[in-house]
Each structure stands twice: as structure tokens, then as C-alpha cells.
Write a protein that binds this ligand. Structure first.
Ligand code: ADP
Ligand code: MG
Length: 255
């Protein structure tokens, strides 16, 4: 598989009233096309900072980001971002929410509208296109937010604690749903979470960061050797608890 994203020696220093805060130090890893990478690490270790740097919303202090071997400076069109809040606009119906990203980028045309329509149909939201976000369940809202992001055809999707606002049961179902869609669309994804089980359940690799300043402590390959793997059925695998224990220990060592 070819490398789609390379993160090379990223360092980030924030300026604050108390002086400089070193948030990230020498972050280095590669992501292959179609791969799902989970990032875990203690609170405040720089996970959100790293995603913001990859998307170009935040400036890096040192290092380089390459997407398909091209150095990225500033905001990247190829990167989509999903946050904890679905950020759907309550006064717009599902259709106008779904086309919002395209509208903002000035890319709304007959062809892109057809694409959004096909996504809504494929993922069972087309019948809800005239409804407002408040009329949808939490899970359907997240799916609508995902379709809005996919509509702009990003090459890499970043998810920052995207499911953590949902209650446990819903979270498992939504994770499964979103995972299925992303795999079907052959997306490459970077998933930031503080939940070790969630990280394992979705990832091909888990990147473990140290406490601040965040450095790469380990990259743990996840392979359940299962056909039709999904975030729910992997939890039944014996390997799941082995991975959990390994990562739990790695997170704990420098507490
Ligand atoms: P995480 O997502 O892993 O919890 P963050 O990336 O949000 O961590 O933050 C990493 C560190 O950088 C924290 O110590 C945080 O206080 C600090 N930080 C984040 N954003 C800013 C900012 N805009 N200005 C100053 N410090 C910041
Ligand atoms: Mg964060």
C-alpha cells in the first residue's frame, strides 16, 4: 500500500502568558492509503493539536507534513475534520446541511449535488433530507455530519473524539456505523480518542503518545485476522484484551 500521509518531525510550541508550552516533540509517522490510525495519549498531550496541524488550522513550529508526497502548507483541501459536536446547523434541513461544505468551498454544482444525493441514498438518509437536525437521533446526526464531510471528497478524514458526547450504547452503534461507511468509501482515517477500546476497535495501528510534550511512544499494529471485521465483533476476539492490556500498560508507565 502506498503512503498517503507523512508526518515528519513535527514540533509545536504555544506561546502563553506563563511562557512557552512545548505541546508536541518530534512527531513522526506514516499513514498508508486506506489505513485507520488511532491516536491515544493522556489528556493534554497534544492529540488535538496534532490533528489541527495536519488539517492546517494550526501552525506547526517545526517539521513537515506531506500528502501524496506533496508538502502541505496551510489549510489542506484534501483533509476532512469531524469533531465531538456534529456542528449541524439547526435552521438548515439535512439536505442543506449536507451541501454546506461544498457551498462554502464554492464547489456546489449539478455533479456535486448528484454525489451528495447518492451518499444520502446509499446511507439511508435520503428520506430524511427535508427534516431538521433536531428531528434526527444522535446517530443519524453524526451520519449526516459525516456525509457533509465526505461530500467534499477529502482524501484523509480526521476524527477528534467524534463519539465522546454520545452515551455508551449509542457510541458503540455510531462507531460501527461510521466505521462501515468509511471503509466502504475507502477512506484513510486518523481517529483521536481517550478510549483505549474505541481506539483498538477501529484501528489498523494505534499510535501511543507520551504525556506532554507528546512524543510517539509506540506504534502498535492491530490485526484480528477476521473477515468482515467491525468495531463490535472484534470486541469478542481473544486478541482484543491482549491489545487492551498492552496499551493500558503503555499509557500508565509515565503517569
Ligand atoms: P489533547 O487533545 O491531547 O488533550 P491539546 O492538543 O488540546 O491536548 O493540548 C496540548 C497542550 O497544549 C495542553 O497543555 C494545552 O493546554 C496546550 N494548548 C492547546 N491549545 C493551546 C493554545 N491555543 N494556547 C496555548 N496552549 C495551548
Ligand atoms: Mg483534545
Amino acid at each position: 500500500m502506498e503512503t498517503i500521509l507523512e508526518i515528519k518531525n513535527i514540533c509545536k510550541t504555544y506561546q502563553s502568558k506563563e511562557g512557552e508550552i512545548l505541546a508536541l516533540k518530534d512527531i513522526h509517522f506514516k499513514v498508508k492509503k486506506g489505513e485507520f490510525i488511532s491516536i491515544i495519549g493522556p489528556s493534554g498531550c497534544g492529540k488535538s493539536t496534532l490533528l489541527s496541524i495536519i488539517s492546517g488550522l494550526e501552525k506547526k513550529t517545526e517539521g513537515e507534513i506531506y500528502i501524496e508526497n506533496k508538502k502541505i502548507e496551510g489549510i489542506s483541501e484534501q483533509v476532512g475534520y469531524m469533531l465531538q459536536k456534529d456542528c449541524l446547523l439547526e435552521w438548515r434541513n439535512i439536505w442543506s446541511n449536507s451541501i454546506l461544505g461544498l457551498e462554502l468551498k464554492g464547489r456546489l454544482n449539478e455533479e456535486s449535488k448528484k454525489y451528495v444525493e447518492s451518499l444520502l441514498k446509499k446511507y439511508n438518509l435520503y428520506d430524511f433530507k427535508d427534516k431538521y437536525p433536531s428531528e434526527l437521533s444522535g446517530g443519524m446526526r453524526q451520519r449526516a455530519a459525516l456525509i457533509r464531510t465526505l461530500a467534499t471528497k477529502p482524501k484523509i478524514l480526521l476524527l477528534d473524539e467524534a463519539f465522546s458526547a454520545l452515551d455508551y450504547q449509542t457510541r458503540i452503534m455510531v462507531t460501527n456505523d461510521i466505521y462501515g461507511i468509511l471503509r466502504k468509501e475507502n477512506m484513510t482515517a486518523i481517529i483521536v480518542t481517550h478510549d483505549i477500546s474505541e481506539a483498538i476497535s477501529m484501528a489498523d495501528k494505534v499510535v501511543v503518545l507520551t504525556k506532554r510534550p507528546g512524543k510517539v511512544k509506540d506504534i502498535c499494529k492491530i490485526n484480528f485476522e477476521m473477515e468482515n471485521r467491525n468495531p463490535i465483533n472484534v470486541r469478542e476476539s481473544l486478541k482484543f484484551s491482549t491489545y487492551f492490556n498492552t496499551l493500558w500498560k503503555e499509557l500508565g508507565v509515565d503517569e
